[in-house]
Design a binder for this molecule. Sequence first.
Ligand SMILES: Cc1ncc(COP(=O)(O)O)c(C=O)c1O
Length: 447
Amino acid sequence: MTGMTLDATARRGHALRAAVEQDLLTPDNPVIGLLDVTAIHETAAALRTAFATPGVTVTHTFAVKAAALVPVLRLLAGLGLGAEVASPGELSLARAAGLPADRIVLDSPAKTVAELREALALGIAVNADNPGELRRLDALRAASPSTSSLGLRVNPQVGGGSIGAMSTATATSKFGVALRDDGAEEWIAAAYADRPWLDRLHTHTGSQGVPLDLMAAGVRAAYDLAERVNAAAGRRQITTLDIGGGLPVNFASDEVTPTFDDCARLLRARVPGLFDGRYTVVTEFGRSLLAKAGTVLARVEYAKTAGGRPIAITHAGAQLATRTVFAPDAWPLRVAALDATGRPKGGDPVVQDVAGPCCFAGDLVARARPLPLLAEGDLVALLDTGAYYFSTHFAYNSLPRPAIHGYAASPDGSVRFALVRAAQTVEELLAESGAEESEALMGLGRS
Ligand SMILES: Cc1ncc(COP(=O)(O)O)c(C=O)c1O
């Protein structure tokens, strides 16, 4: 805590207690998500400051997949950010948040003709993933003019990080045009030469588990390619370099590391031409903007033991911590043990499992974790869950998506909450489970 402001750790502590006091966690809502709005403001400001360069236009877009919540997109829009979208659903969220077309960029490896047509009609930027998509853009542009800025995504094939599923720049990654494959560079040169309207180049090579050096190498490869394309064109054909997102997050403590400053400093050293004013720079950070702002708060419904192992059965499991449950080594989370009032629980650490509510044995958010012994009625907090945990649902067991609340904590410890997303209702669960079609199969299959 410094002076009259609270740091993020103190703000979270107040919010956890206040969420209980203000009845956000109820018998009917045994798990909720919390978002520190002050942290989002601070992180967005840190991003803008880190990349700010006199004479350079930098457009920061937020990767909607990281937190597909309209109020979050609206808040970020007010802070000057745009949106990177990868589906018609994400595009509609960005538009519902009031984002103008010139601050939206559409990426995704499987865009349909209809999606592309809509993007071109709206004038939003599109990064084509592959030659087939570029041919579709040719046809759509020929049919009707568009103001969209259009580009190509390349995979610089600089290598993967420690999480295979998150590594987009491996030799055989499904994303973009594989730059080092035989004939790829020639094909790209011709693609730009044939299409004077192609004015951007995109790469997204960073991610959780990918060292910053490797991300910078990917950006460098894309920059060098843009320079060669422009030299061949004899003009500045590529005017925008979209460097993607992918700054990793520290899930081990409250320290923010690496920072946006670390990232921008490295890019300035490795790719100085990116910041000399000849290119507009676009970024697409997701996890690093939201992760540390989020916390999941859940009740311990029961405490038991099995084979000598204490197990806390909570309401936070695979339905929202999907990656952590299915790939625990890649996505470990800190779990805080709290008492029923939402305050840190005391007591000697006891090795225990923290389980979720789903009906499969692996539904654990922490295994053999030393924590004060959890008891029925206690609470657990899953930390750093602001990115991907509120948008990577798993519909197993028809568990509802939890309510998400934004919060602002004052130095006197008082906390104001605002509902970001209501908990999914039983009616909504029924609707997405075909309840309207309950008779649909009765007349089929009978001889
Ligand atoms: C094209 C693209 N841009 C941006 C992102 C956001 O990445 P991160 O959340 O790691 O910053 C992703 C994540 O999958 C992506 O695929």
